[in-house]
Design a protein around this ligand. Structure first.
Ligand code: GLA
Length: 391
């Protein structure tokens, strides 16, 4: 009898311990780098090690980027025991070697698989091998798993992802679980208990219209995000060449406003000064990583001109003006309105503009706030981000 009780207590303690490790992850949106947007299937040990090196030497690690994630195409088959087989030509020392290398730099390591029988690039998927793969990943030292949705035929999304989530918990290593079913079955309504982040749309492209189209699809999702469970509007395209510097600044501004995971998708070993300045804008990163974990909403929509805002910890606020048009726009801004309206506090908000300093997070300077009305010029496709900082 006693023995049974001890065993039961041990099992309970073990499982609640695992679950606690899982639940405490991603308290702020995960930050890192993923191979897909720039390199697609052209991944290798050399490439991933080079990116880990560059994450450190470029200052990205110090800026908060942490996970180095290999996306699709590292896997080529399954052996007679069903174990996943790594592409030996591209990853000659195996995946654990790579994970150890990345960990030795103080970074974390992520990998990709798929809930279906095959990945989107046609490599072996996880279907039917969930517990086996989770054990393998834990043994390799994986810290982050992106789990895709190709080739799933009649599978139910919620139960498929729950199955892998349970497998990861059972494997016992804290692994951030990134659900990638492209928003097709409204994961924001069911995935909070299953994973730490979920894609809300199809794939981003390195183009203004595609990027801003993704922003539009996040408008009604703010209430679903918070510490440990994030909407994921896909990885960053900054530095990949398809948008102007102004457009990339807008891309980063909006991702930080939306408390989106910040997964750089460019070549970290070859970054222009503009790309570095954008990806490592510490004041914007602080908006993304604010401990309150709020996702911004659009509270003013004048067609091509929008105003987004959200609350930050300690009664601070952040507001983003967005000029979506192809023309320069001169806008008149009422700072008192921005402060009060950004969190639906218009009538009850206890603070006044005089209680705050207002900081431009791209210019890195304070605004003159002696007058509440300010006129500012906005280039085409640009964003301005203002933080209301308590005096
Ligand atoms: C899907 C995902 C992408 C990427 C590819 C890999 O399209 O949405 O982010 O992982 O598969 O094949």
């Amino acid at each position: 009898m006693k023995v049974k009780l001890v065993i039961a207590l041990f099992v309970f303690a073990a499982f609640s311990g695992y679950s606690q490790k899982f639940d405490n992850l991603a308290q702020t949106p995960p930050m890192g780098w993923n191979s897909w947007n720039k390199f697609a299937c052209d991944v290798s040990e050399d490439l991933i090690m080079g990116m880990a090196d560059a994450m450190v030497s470029s200052g990205m690690m110090d800026a908060g980027y942490e996970y180095v994630v290999i996306d699709d195409c590292w896997q080529v088959g399954r052996d007679q025991n069903g174990e996943i087989v790594v592409d030996k030509e591209r990853f000659p020392h195996g995946i654990k070697y790579l994970a150890d290398y990345i960990h030795a730099k103080g970074l974390k390591f992520g990998i990709y698989s798929c809930a279906g029988s095959k990945t989107c690039a046609g490599r072996p998927g996880g279907f039917g091998h969930e517990y086996q793969d989770a054990r393998t990943y834990a043994g390799w030292g994986v810290d982050y798993l992106k789990y895709d949705w190709c080739n799933t035929t009649t599978q139910d999304s919620r139960s498929s992802y729950t199955n892998m989530s349970d497998a990861l918990r059972t494997a016992g290593r804290p692994i951030v679980f990134s659900i990638c079913e492209w928003g097709s079955t409204k994961p924001w309504e069911w995935a909070k208990e299953v994973g730490h982040l979920w894609r809300t749309t199809g794939d981003i492209l390195d183009r203004w219209d595609a990027m801003i189209g993704i922003v539009d699809k996040q408008r009604d999702l703010a209430e679903y995000a918070g510490p440990g469970h994030w909407n994921d509007p896909d990885m960053l395209e900054i530095g990949n060449g398809g948008m102007t510097t102004e457009e990339y600044k807008t891309h980063f501004s909006m991702w930080c406003m939306m408390a989106a995971p910040l997964m750089a998708g460019n070549d970290l070993a070859d970054m222009s000064d503009d790309t570095k300045e954008i990806l490592m804008n510490q004041e914007l990163i602080a908006i993304d990583q604010d401990p309150l974990g709020k996702q911004a909403s659009c509270y003013r929509d004048n067609g091509d001109y929008e105003i987004w805002g959200k609350a930050l910890e300690n009664d601070e606020k952040v507001t983003c003006l967005l000029n979506r048009s192809d023309e320069e726009k001169e806008v008149q801004v009422n700072l008192t309105y921005l402060l009060k309206a950004s969190d639906n506090y218009w009538y009850t908000y206890p603070y006044k503009l005089e209680d705050y300093k207002v900081r431009d997070l791209w210019k890195h300077e304070y605004l003159k706030t002696d007058k509440s009305i300010m006129v500012t010029k906005m280039p085409p496709h640009s964003a301005k981000v203002y933080r209301f900082i308590k005096k």
